[in-house]
Design a protein around this ligand. Structure first.
Ligand code: AGP
Length: 613
């Protein structure tokens, strides 16, 4: 997915655009560009990051009171100068930026070529800007009307902003399946972006565009919203809760490290207003109306991708263990295409930090079309998934900028823990004294995460021993099996070391063949019902000269004797172990990646939110 910014007003557009692009670089960073309008149109774009764009621009003219900017994550056409955005129409009158995919661009391109259009790039975006030009010219309509007519001809997902030399100051924006937020400035100026981070320092008053909506943005005038079918829409202005300092690194070297250290706070925030230990109450307002529906559900289907899928797997263990409701966890990308059986007795829960993951959104829409109740666990307020579902719970983890998900994972697990406790209490499937004990245990988790963070220095020392390893194996049982999967994903996505997570007992069914003195094996061996079995698995690894890095409960004497390296974390109820055991694994992947000189916050080939298939 890509990052989009725009500005129109009395101020200079360029500084707003560049700062906005820097804030959005986590969304896509294989090329970047800006277009600025004053009495002339100046367009600058190139392969590379925003810093490369600034070098490319140098001291060229960046004057202009309105403009658009873009950071790209390639979908059509490789990352190069020609394919970067903004794209200009053949006459030079229009420039457009786009996040998404125009699925029928090929047939439109052929038709435009027959009308004499020549294309400079391989992108679907350049087709769209010339389609708008063709309609604007032939039908002699306004830019906004030409955009509306064009979008009635395209199939696909888009968030676009387009401007025209013939309508100075006007920006026209539209969205379908890709997010767009409009900021309303105090001086009649407007800001537009893929999410709120580039806007928040200028204004807290925003309008989230809905699918199918088009905005005609003219400085000093009321925002005009309408649909592709020409229906007027009243803008719904919301006040942002984001604060600028949340976006800065606050002295940490990387956003990822900052976000790892934010977890005592973010997990606390995920519980805020939802857990009342004294009264023995758990309340998730966003799904309260669906509580009975969930309790009576034939099954719960959790759909997600990546780290969110791992959180969903913890959710399965929690809800089946505490509320005795059948749960299935599905990769959204598989679920949406395998012709699954879905009935109105199913409850489908989407888990997504960004709330924009295309596969997860599509899986939800499929479930909705089959009559299922659909709920969401998202972090980004107003995101597409949040707005598609019947209800849901925000994780309130705050903006997660690092591509590798950390605090979002523990916040997702926290919300799923609250959900399982709430459902179990309602159903009477949790014995009362155990229920009360679990509420106290959950309330204490932020402090235990704080203590787990104190292993940072030890983890960093251990990381020096393994930064050059080629492969890792992560093993866990029970609630710690999803933690093993998540730990392996963290390592591979930021250090580029191959790593696999496995149920510890599964090792005998294949992976044990991999064990030798060069294979570090991370084992989550915290106190719990399967502790002795994990001890046996460790012995099997040691017998084959494998190197053990063990995550153990404070005070452990048995595994610490066997392991080559041990990292002690506070004791918790087994069901809370994912919330604490994942902390040293996040730190391990972070330090190894830093030692390998990897770009921790923007790992190669990855984007923070995959809004394309
Ligand atoms: C996790 O570290 C990755 N960034 C990735 O797997 C991510 O969890 C996945 O793309 C799902 O994103 P979402 O939570 O925003 O839907």
């Amino acid at each position: 997915m890509c990052g989009i910014v725009g500005y129109t007003g009395k101020g200079q557009a360029f500084p707003v655009l560049i700062k906005g692009l820097q804030r959005l670089e986590y969304r896509g960073y294989d090329s970047a560009g800006v277009a600025l309008m004053s009495d002339t149109l100046n367009l600058y774009k190139c392969k590379g990051k925003v810093s490369d764009l600034l070098s490319h621009i140098g001291s060229a003219n960046t004057e202009g009171h309105y403009g658009i900017g873009h950071t790209r994550w390639a979908t059509h056409g490789e990352p190069n100068d020609a394919n970067s955005h903004p794209h200009q129409s053949m006459s030079g009158d229009l420039v457009l930026i786009h996040n998404g995919i125009i699925e029928n661009y090929d047939s439109i391109k052929k038709e435009l070529m027959q009308r004499g259009y020549v294309f400079k790039s391989e992108t679907d975006t350049e087709v769209l800007v010339n389609l708008i030009e063709e309609i604007k010219k032939n039908e002699n309509v306004s830019l906004a009307e030409a955009v509306r007519k064009s979008l009635n001809e395209v199939i696909g997902a888009y968030a676009i902003v387009v401007m025209s030399k013939s309508e100075p100051g006007t920006l026209v924006a539209a969205r379908k399946s890709s997010p767009l937020v409009i900021g309303i400035g105090a001086e009649g100026d407007y800001y537009i972006a893929s999410d709120a981070t580039p806007i928040v320092e200028f204004t807290k008053n925003v309008v989230y565009l809905d699918d199918g909506e088009i905005a005609e943005i003219v400085p000093g005038k009321e925002l005009r919203l309408f649909t592709a079918k020409k229906q007027n829409v009243t803008p719904y202005i919301q006040e942002l809760e984001l604060h600028l300092e949340q976006l800065e690194k606050s002295g940490y070297e990387h956003f990822m490290l900052k976000e790892i250290y934010e977890q005592p706070r973010s997990v606390h925030d995920s519980m805020r207003g939802r857990l009342n230990v004294a009264k023995g109450l758990v309340h998730l307002g966003g799904i309260a109306d669906y509580e009975q529906k969930i309790i009576n559900a034939q099954r719960i289907i959790i759909v997600a991708c990546g780290t969110s899928w791992h959180a969903g797997l913890v959710g399965e263990y929690l809800i089946e263990d505490l509320a005795r409701i059948p749960v299935e966890v599905e990769y959204a990308s598989e679920f949406r295409y395998r012709n699954p059986i879905i009935t109105e007795n199913d409850v489908v829960i989407a888990i997504s930090q960004s709330g924009e993951t295309a596969d997860t959104l599509a899986a939800l829409e499929l479930a909705k079309s089959k009559g299922a109740t659909i709920l969401g666990v998202c972090n980004v307020v107003g995101s597409s998934i949040a707005r598609t579902t019947h209800g849901g719970s925000y994780t309130h983890a705050g903006p997660e900028i690092g591509v590798a998900s950390t605090k979002a994972f523990t916040s997702q697990v926290t919300v799923l823990t609250l959900m399982a406790l709430m459902l179990g209490s309602k159903k009477g499937t949790i014995e009362r004294s155990r229920y009360q004990r679990l509420l106290y245990g959950l309330e204490a988790i932020p402090e235990k995460i704080e203590r787990a963070l104190k292993t940072d220095k030890l983890v960093e020392e251990i990381s020096t021993k393994f930064k050059d390893s080629s492969n890792f194996l992560y093993l866990g049982r029970g609630y710690c099996f999803p933690v093993a999967l998540e730990g392996a994903l963290k390592l591979k996505e930021i250090s580029y070391i191959h790593a696999e997570g496995y149920p510890a007992a599964e090792m005998k069914h294949g992976p044990i063949a991999l064990i030798d003195a060069d294979m570090p094996v991370v084992v989550i061996a915290t106190k719990g019902p399967s502790y002795e079995k994990v001890v046996s698995n460790i012995q099997e690894v040691k017998a084959r000269k494998g190197v053990i890095i063990a995550i153990v409960t404070e005070g452990d004497t048995q595994v610490t004797e066997m392991a080559d390296y041990s990292i002690e974390i506070p004791e918790t109820e087994e069901i809370f172990s994912p919330l604490v055991a994942s902390i040293p694994l996040q730190l391990l992947s972070y330090h190894i990646a830093v030692m390998r000189g990897c770009n921790v916050d923007q790992p190669r080939n990855l984007a923070k939110s995959v809004t394309v298939e």
